[in-house]
Design a protein around this ligand. Structure first.
Ligand SMILES: Cc1cc2nc3c(=O)[nH]c(=O)nc-3n(C[C@H](O)[C@H](O)[C@H](O)COP(=O)(O)O)c2cc1C
Length: 192
């Protein structure tokens, strides 16, 4: 296999929802979370919190999400219920993501803490890719239904719940998508 520079490999990251075993080994999970810890973080609050969900707990989370969405009176088509169960049946690992608000600190605005947590998730996605896995950040599965977050230990008073990252091996091999030319998104300000 020819050598690919890490930066070139990083450029091929893309999200894959439908993943299966193998998921990250404990050693790889350690590397993934160490990458999360390097996220930029105003005030070094380390606001990110993660809950691992694996094994039989994944199906339990799926049932909790489905029943909580229904109990909240939100629409959920029967077909969506089934596709959710089929999806989760194969997923080796979910990481639930929350941002801790820490009300004792009034200096750093909430949105900066959420951005730091999002940056930590970005590092998780990149680290998973660099280790040969695929990942997908979802705010489905009852992310915005408080009972789901509370069951995971993230009450709405102290946390903003930010969804789930699925990590594993793609069920179907896929080529990286074409990305837009970044020049459309970049300007240069010269001050003159
Ligand atoms: C905070 C956040 C929440 C997301 N939630 C969902 C979701 O619930 N369902 C979905 O299909 N994609 C969701 N996405 C988008 C996918 O994770 C993914 O980024 C998108 O499919 C584009 O793929 P790419 O990462 O390869 O560019 C979310 C992305 C972010 C950043």
């Amino acid at each position: 296999m020819s050598f690919v520079a890490p930066i070139d490999y990083l450029h091929t990251r893309f999200s894959v929802k439908f993943v299966q075993q193998p998921g990250p080994s404990d050693e790889d999970l350690d590397k993934i979370f160490r990458a999360a810890m390097t996220a930029p973080d105003h005030g070094r609050l380390r606001p990110w919190r993660f809950a691992l969900i694996r094994g039989n707990a994944i199906a339990r989370l799926g049932e909790l999400a489905i029943s909580s969405i229904k109990a909240a009176g939100l629409p959920l088509a029967p077909e969506k219920e089934n596709t959710t169960r089929r999806w989760l049946d194969k997923v080796p690992l979910l990481i639930a993501v929350a941002c801790r608000l820490d009300h004792t600190n009034t200096k750093i605005p909430e949105h900066e803490r959420m951005l730091a947590t999002g940056a930590a998730v970005g590092n998780i996605l990149n680290a998973a890719h660099m280790l040969g896995y695929s990942a997908f950040w979802s705010t489905g599965l009852g992310t915005y239904v408080d009972t789901v977050a509370e069951a995971l230990g993230f009450d709405a008073l102290d946390y903003r719940f930010m969804g789930f990252v699925a990590i594993g091996t793609p069920i179907q091999s896929m080529a990286p998508p074409e990305r837009p030319d970044y020049r459309q998104f970049v300007t240069e300000w010269t001050g003159v």
